[in-house]
Design a binder for this molecule. Structure first.
Ligand code: AMP
Length: 422
């Protein structure tokens, strides 16, 4: 199958070809025919599967075929994403594929001044990619109007739920016309996301790529039992002995991320840390430096790494193995993206045994345990000194269920579009 078979506008096909894509990924092959027809979509797909193009291309195609008339450009498509990084990435993807369309896209996210974003909105944009908080800010100020949105996308819905954004998302949905196309993407479909989907999508078709809980099949996973105090040395050893192109090292806290980076630096490795204590500008610079190959290693916390899409990440190291299995899946999804392969290596201290078990239970797969010469498994003494910690993963139970009040009627997007256009 090629991209020629979808009936895309030539300008979009050109953008896709410029991006270097020849064959659609499985999620694209399954989603594009539905999305292009204006039908609602539930996409159960992880990052790295090519899901961004699966919703961006139908948006572009629709907007090119049904252009806004008149001088003012109303916002016709809205993508809501949990993090700034993901929002920026989706924007970059839309700009890349839509390079020849003349469509305008703006990113709206918090943590930076509002001036530039406000100006972009004022000048008129066709597509807005936003994180929930800042979007609601602008809505409250009357700085943007969602009354002309024909296509709404919720990206990484499970993560939005994890980050406590579901109420915000519902408020945003309520500001968008009921007559629209809605696409919801999520790596997992826990009951609260199913509820959300049920209340805001109309007769959706579900596209499920791969096993729901199966970490990207292209990633080779290993676990190494190691004493906490030896983790840093093991990390240095692996960088020296593995065939590392680019590596992301995950730590549990910002403080640990900084400390790991400092020690890497002292040992002569090119490393940078990215976490939420840093300003948006610092994070963007760090990311660009990592992308450009200035730094071989990026040390990150979960939130900061969310949505990062740097091609050619050969290794993901779980310096600290997460107690939330979904985080593990998201982390290892940073490597082995699209068609490439990658390695994920998890350090398991005595205190992290339970985390490993929880991940294996969740994914239904055993992770291969390997030993590294010169590095010992934690001793009984360490095991005794570290009784099991924090075994209660971010529970869905503790959150109250949101009740829906923002239903919708139909999904022939823009059914009454003409009446709205000036
Ligand atoms: P995503 O899951 O949307 O974050 O995409 C993961 C990566 O796959 C990105 O680096 C995309 O540029 C890349 N990609 C998306 N679609 C294709 C395709 N059809 N062929 C090759 N690479 C792709």
């Amino acid at each position: 199958m090629t991209f020629d078979s979808f009936g895309f506008e030539p300008s979009i096909l050109k953008g896709v070809k410029d991006a270097g894509y020849t064959t659609p990924t499985p999620v694209q092959a399954a989603t594009l025919p539905i999305g292009l027809k204006g039908i609602d979509v539930v996409g159960v797909a992880q990052t790295g599967t090519g899901k961004t193009a699966a919703f961006v291309l139908p948006i572009l195609d629709y907007l090119v075929k049904e252009p806004s008339r008149g001088k003012r450009r109303p916002i016709r498509a809205l993508v809501v994403a949990p993090t700034r990084e993901l929002a920026i990435q989706v924007t970059e993807a839309a700009a890349k594929y839509g390079k020849h369309t003349g469509l305008r896209v703006a990113t709206i996210y918090g943590g930076v001044g509002k001036g530039k974003q406000r100006t972009a909105l004022r000048n008129g944009v066709d597509i807005v990619v936003a994180t929930p908080g800042r979007l609601l800010d602008f809505l409250g100020e009357g700085a943007l109007d969602l009354g002309f949105v024909d296509i709404l996308v919720l990206d990484e819905a499970d993560r939005m739920f994890d980050m406590g954004f579901v109420k915000d998302v519902r408020r945003i949905v309520a500001a968008v016309p009921e007559q629209r196309q809605t696409m919801l993407f999520s790596a997992t479909m826990p009951p609260p996301i199913q509820d959300l989907a049920k209340s805001i999508l109309y007769k959706p078709e579900t596209v499920e790529v791969g096993e729901r809980r199966d970490p990207a099949a292209t990633v080779t996973q290993r676990a190494i039992r190691i004493a906490e105090a030896q983790k840093q040395d093991l990390l240095h050893h692996l960088i020296d002995t593995e065939d590392v192109d680019r590596m992301i090292v995950f730590s549990r806290t910002k403080y640990r991320a900084d400390r790991i980076r400092k020690k890497l630096d002292r040992a002569g490795f090119d490393a940078i840390a990215i976490h939420s204590n840093r300003s948006q500008g610092q994070r963007q610079r760090a990311l660009k430096g990592f992308e450009a190959g200035e730094y071989q290693i990026m040390v990150a916390t979960d939130i900061a790494a969310r949505g990062i899409d740097v091609p050619g990440v050969s290794h993901v190291i779980n310096f600290d193995t997460p107690n939330i299995p979904e985080d593990y899946i998201h982390r290892i999804g940073r490597t082995g993206r699209a068609e490439s392969t990658g390695d994920a290596i998890s350090f398991i201290s005595a205190a992290e045994n339970a985390n490993l078990k929880a991940i294996e239970k969740h994914t239904g797969r055993q992770i291969k345990q390997v030993t590294v010469d010169g590095f010992d498994a934690p001793t009984m003494a360490e095991a005794m000194a570290n009784p099991k910690k924090r075994s209660n993963p971010r529970g869905h139970k503790s959150r109250s269920k949101q009740s829906g009040g923002d239903g919708r009627k139909g999904n022939s997007r823009g059914g009454n579009r003409n009446s709205r256009r000036g």
